[in-house]
Design a protein around this ligand. Structure first.
Ligand code: BG6
Ligand code: MG
Length: 218
């Protein structure tokens, strides 16, 4: 049975993946590094510092730890300029309705986001109360694709892995779920997320019955 759903935040519940991209792109531009939407796929689900390292590596730049902290902080300020404009209704299509359906069916809801801004985003969207458990970037020691974040989520929700389903828009996140032996729904482009058990373009496109059959194949 499906007893819990654990959601990534950025790119699954809300389109903040776009804001992360725009802020990184601005930083890359300042550093004279080319950074495309395709490059950005590699950053999805990855922590702030690791993301910066990927960009610097792409630009073949080596800089001090101190300078890195400064650049990461600057990116975060730009990111927050977008985020602070968010309000209820700005969540991705179907997200709120899907969480309502889960609540009505007594399925527990968890968050497994690498972001240190996750709670802020949920608060701005007025969606915090949907979540029985929140695991965010301030709580983990191992980044996706390590399964720690989702395993922690399932433990805190007091459900078994086999009774939980993860929702992810990032390759690193899909791998994290699969490394933890979770079934995983990819949210996004099937050409990119083909590894997931099923892929849908948004939470508006998935029904409870589909989740149940994913969890319990006939
Ligand atoms: C993930 C995003 O959810 O959080 C990444 O997919 C982001 O793009 C990461 O880098 C860390 O977020 P933050 O808000 O702590 O910089
Ligand atoms: Mg994501």
């Amino acid at each position: 049975d499906v007893k819990a759903c654990i959601f990534d935040l950025d790119g699954v519940i809300v389109d903040t993946a776009k804001y992360h991209y725009l802020a990184w792109k601005r930083l890359a531009q300042e550093l004279g590094i080319t950074f495309t939407e395709e490059d950005n796929e590699e950053l999805k689900g990855v922590s702030r510092m690791d993301s910066l390292d990927i960009i610097l590596k792409k630009g073949k730049k080596e800089i001090s730890q101190e300078k890195k902290e400064e650049l990461a902080a600057r990116k975060n300020e730009w990111y927050l300029e977008f985020v602070n404009e968010m309000k209820p209704g700005d969540e991705l299509p179907g997200a709120r309705q899907f969480l309502d359906t889960l609540k009505q069916n007594d399925i527990k809801i968890g968050l497994g986001s690498s972001s240190k801004n996750a709670k802020l985003c949920l608060n701005l969207l007025n969606m915090t109360d949907y979540f029985d458990v929140i695991v965010d970037g301030t709580m983990i020691t191992k980044a996706k694709p390590d399964p720690q974040i989702f395993i922690m989520g399932a433990e805190k929700l007091d459900v078994k892995v086999e009774n939980s389903i993860v929702f992810e828009d990032a390759l690193a996140g899909i791998e994290a779920a699969q490394n933890g032996r979770f079934k995983v729904v990819g949210i996004g482009d099937p050409d990119i997320l083909g590894k997931a058990d099923i892929v849908r373009s948004s939470l508006a496109d998935i029904t409870l019955d589909e989740l149940k059959s994913l969890n319990n194949p006939k």
